[in-house]
Design a protein around this ligand. Structure first.
Ligand SMILES: Cc1ncc(COP(=O)(O)O)c(C=O)c1O
Length: 403
């Protein structure tokens, strides 16, 4: 291995990291130092093709020149100021997000969990003001993932993440994903909102039936409750449309975003309708760094680049190409149970745990991910090329043939 930063060898840095960093991630023993497009390099100069992209963060690829330029320019002008003042980039990103979605107002924060915390607080206060204190329950889905902070964790419908952190925030009911009747049954006088990922990411790349989101919206409207879409993973072009809900023709009242909104600069956002926006007033909610000039300026550059350069079209086409290649593999390897996805979020469910496959791919120079133990998940940059996909498919074929 070569040298990392500060002259220490990569091995020494990794070794030190195992002692100094809190052990919250099962990390691979490589030290990444550089990225460009769909490629990253480790400290020894070894190249990898990145089909994880920061888990759906680097949708424009690593260090996209437009993003780097926006970052550099803004860093010379103003890096931070308090939210007690206006800045151009924050207003401009809010405008762009509203122009391209159902939204009319935006709250900026720093992560997906934070965006979901904001949504949880908003729906509770909205219901309290309209209906009094007893309407605070939120229905979320089994196998959902909404983040690690206590509210977002409580919203997450997976016990494995809850373990050890109880008692959770009260007021969450979990129902099976893509089951409208289950939601109907679960709605009671205390329900104030339904929260759902349009496509579940961490839960194994689970797609809804065509009319599920529409049905949810109708149900929410009938019952006078709010609908929240968590688009933290599948928003910002990942599925081939700017927002995943746009495939299904059913806008929510509230949408949360993060991950790729600034292509790797930390940011989160809650996009909402004017009607629910009145719930928050000065003092209701806030965050020191949220909407800071750097993140929002980069967010503007990301949105402009995403929409102006055929990247969504490439995502659709390359999504279909990768999907077809994976289906082809499924025909030859019967341990592949299912291939599912939309655009460039694709899951391959295996009969067995995918850990070793991920490790073999890493050895061959490909970063891929596995979620729910058995679902290989592919989330490359949206400007990935056919040639890069071919390289992955060849590597997968080799790895699968060893099984
Ligand atoms: C759908 C969804 N919501 C929320 C989160 C949490 O986001 P963050 O890690 O930025 O807090 C994630 C992260 O994977 C996610 O996929």
């Amino acid at each position: 291995m070569g040298r990392g930063e500060h002259g220490l060898s990569a091995e020494d840095l990794i070794q030190e990291g195992t002692h100094l960093l809190i052990n919250t991630y099962a990390r691979y023993p490589i030290l990444l130092v550089r990225g460009e497009g769909a490629k990253v390099w480790d400290s020894s100069g070894r190249e990898y093709l990145d089909f994880v992209a920061g888990i759906a963060v680097c949708n424009l690829g690593h260090c996209h020149p437009k993003m780097v330029q926006a970052l550099e320019e803004q860093a010379r002008k103003l890096i931070h100021c308090s939210n007690l003042y206006y800045t151009g980039p924050q207003v401009e990103l809010a405008r762009r997000l509203c122009e391209h979605s159902f939204g009319e107002r935006v709250f900026f924060c720093n992560s997906g969990s934070e965006a979901n915390e904001a949504a949880i607080k908003l729906v509770r206060k909205y219901a309290k003001e309209r209906h009094g204190g007893e309407k605070y329950e939120i229905i979320t889905m089994e196998n959902s993932f909404h983040g690690r902070t206590m509210g977002a964790l409580s919203a997450t419908g997976q016990q494995k993440f809850h373990k050890g952190f109880e008692p959770l925030l009260p007021g969450f009911t979990y129902v099976p994903f893509d089951d409208l009747d289950a939601v109907k049954e679960a709605i009671g006088p205390k329900t104030c909102a339904v929260m759902v990922e349009p496509i579940q990411g961490e839960g194994g790349v689970n797609l809804p039936s065509t009319n599920y989101l529409k049905g949810l919206r109708e149900l929410c409207d009938q019952k006078g409750i709010l609908l929240i879409y968590d688009e933290v993973q599948v928003g910002m072009g990942r599925t081939g449309t700017l927002f995943a809900y746009q495939h299904y023709g059913a806008p929510p009242h509230i949408m949360t975003l993060a991950k790729s909104l600034a292509n790797g600069v930390p940011i989160g956002a809650m996009v909402i309708t004017e009607e629910v926006a009145h719930t928050f007033s000065p003092g209701s909610h806030g965050t020191t760094f949220g909407g800071n000039p750097i993140a929002t300026r980069v967010g503007c550059a990301v949105l402009d680049t995403l929409l102006g350069n055929g990247i969504l079209e490439n995502c659709q086409q390359m999504g279909e190409y990768l999907f077809a290649g994976l289906i082809d593999l499924k025909k030859r390897y019967d341990f592949i149970k299912e291939v599912r996805g939309k655009g460039l979020i694709i899951g391959v469910e295996l009969e067995f745990e995918g850990k070793e496959i991920v490790e073999r791919c890493l050895e061959k120079g490909f970063l891929i991910n596995c979620t729910m133990d058995r679902v290989l998940r592919f989330l490359p940059p949206l400007n990935i090329t056919r040639k890069e996909i071919d390289l992955l498919l060849t590597a997968l074929e080799e790895v699968f043939s060893e099984q």
